[in-house]
Design a protein around this ligand. Structure first.
Ligand code: ATP
Length: 466
């Protein structure tokens, strides 16, 4: 593991972001638990994505489908066949197993031993529903959340009185029996997806009616002519890149990579990965796929239920095509953490000892920061100061996720907050007792300003929303 990754993993454990699962039993490979700060960060990422989809787009509806579904779903989707399988090879010497496409050479990367011939390994996680473990009870943990969306395509269309084009978005857990889970939370067997499926006209339909579709965010409405899959694919590529950049990912650390024909997933006509520059290389954090009519056609065929759509403007019946944006909460969380991580040499916060040490600052976007405000008494051995600080803490915690901390020098406490990305530290000092104001310290600039207590909530709200 690279130096930087080791530092990130250690920070995550030390400061309560991410712990190895079942640690007292020696851990369980590829499973991680999100600690008190990790779950806040994860929730903030999910909220930022949900807001982006639901608040910024008039024509996207939300869904929360079940993880367990009829096994027929996975038959129709192609996940039970060779299409959803990786090639597994095993070292004849040390018996370690690897995904063939991850190997640079045709020998064991650990002991240089000879490898077996590759065999297909299906990634679906099998389980049994009910008390009898026979063939009839076999089902699967979902390998992608989008199948639950396809199952509800018609329910949402009809209940919400939607018209094509429209989207359905969902956040939820997915499971894949990965051969080589690795790189901390980058590749695990259980992970969470943020997926949006956009149902639209196939590009071949070029209706004469030239219906105008009102499109875009409420704040930025543009009127465009009828779009098919090609245009929507480009539209969603841009939208998704904008989301990552807006939440602070540095431009030089993110890029698109188009799939060549023979690497396309079994359902995809066209695919582009959003890749992040991890310490272990450029890797996918989100896939944008043109799934054509693969899903709804197959589900129509296998279920016998006609899922075609009658387009009143085009006066044509067709199976809607799908553009999907399929991201991962865990992978983007890791990218946000790495991108925000900075080590500052020397005395950033001017604590006596710390001046010789490195200081860590996480410059997470304020919307993502797990703790928004830390409330600190200047010293802890003055009763009236501590009492006042606790009053302010009680006031603020009804509005923001806050932390109260009185242990250690004030410089050390600032460092602790910088390390977990807290955007603002409120310090209650002796002046506070005389003039009812506090200092507000900004994590990134370290500037401090005095704010009246009765204006604190308003000021912090403005600063956090800005
Ligand atoms: P990879 O090629 O890395 O195995 P994929 O192309 O199979 O990924 P998709 O099927 O496109 O991945 O899944 C969409 C998103 O779900 C990915 O971009 C990623 O963020 C997330 N994801 C997929 N597999 C995993 C995994 N094993 N662990 C964590 N996140 C995952």
């Amino acid at each position: 593991m690279s130096d930087l990754m080791e530092k990130i993993v250690s920070l995550c454990k030390r400061r309560g972001f991410i712990f190895p699962s079942s640690e007292i039993y020696g851990g369980f490979r590829s499973s991680y638990d999100f600690g008190p700060l990790g779950v806040e960060l994860k929730n903030n990422i999910k909220k930022a994505w949900w807001d982006e989809m639901i608040k910024n787009h008039d024509d996207i509806a939300g869904l929360d489908a079940s993880i367990l579904m009829s096994p027929k779903v996975w038959e129709a989707s192609g996940h039970l066949s060779a299409g959803f399988a990786d090639e597994l090879v095993e070292c004849k010497e040390c018996h370690k197993r690897f995904r063939k496409d991850f190997l640079e050479e045709n020998k064991c990367p650990d002991c240089q031993g000879e490898l077996t011939e590759p065999r297909k390994f299906n990634l679906m996680m099998k389980t049994f529903a009910g008390p009898v473990e026979d063939e009839a009870a076999v089902t699967y943990l979902r390998a992608e959340t989008c199948q639950g969306i396809y199952m509800n395509y018609e329910n949402v269309l009809n209940s919400m009185r939607l018209k094509i084009p429209f989207g359905i978005c969902q956040i939820g857990k997915a499971f894949r029996n990965e051969i080589n889970p690795k790189d901390f939370i980058y590749r695990t067997r259980e992970f969470e997806q943020i997926e949006m499926q956009w149902f639209c006209r196939p590009s071949r339909i070029n209706a004469n009616s030239a219906r105008l579709v009102s499109r875009g965010s409420l704040a930025n409405k543009t009127r465009i002519e009828e779009w098919g899959t090609d245009e929507w694919f480009e539209y969603w590529k841009k939208e998704r890149m904008k989301w990552y950049l807006d939440l602070g990912i540095k431009k030089e650390n993110i890029r698109f990579r188009e799939h060549v024909k023979d690497e396309l997933a079994h359902y995809a006509q066209k695919a582009v990965d959003v890749e992040y520059k991890f310490p272990f290389g450029w890797k996918e954090i989100e896939g944008i796929h043109d799934r054509g009519d693969w899903d709804l056609s197959n589900h129509s065929k296998y279920s016998g239920k006609d899922l075609s759509y009658f387009d009143e403007e085009a006066k044509e019946k067709y199976i809607p095509h799908i553009i999907e944006t399929s991201g991962g909460v865990d992978r983007s969380l890791l990218a946000f953490l790495i991108d925000a991580y900075e080590e500052v040499k020397g005395a950033r916060t001017k604590t006596t000892k710390a001046s010789k040490e490195e200081e860590i600052v996480l410059h997470l976007d304020k919307r993502l920061a797990p703790i928004k405000v830390a409330v600190l008494p200047l010293v802890r051995n003055k009763e009236d100061l501590v009492k006042k600080t606790k009053e302010i803490y009680q006031l603020l915690k009804t509005y923001f996720i806050c932390q109260y901390d009185e242990v250690g020098s004030i410089g050390r406490r600032y460092r602790r907050q910088d390390e977990i990305a807290t955007p603002f530290c409120i310090t209650v000092d002796f002046e506070t007792l005389k003039q009812d104001d506090v200092t507000v310290r900004d994590r990134d600039t370290m500037k401090q300003e005095r704010i009246k207590i009765n204006e604190l909530v308003k000021t912090l709200k403005e600063k956090l929303e800005n």
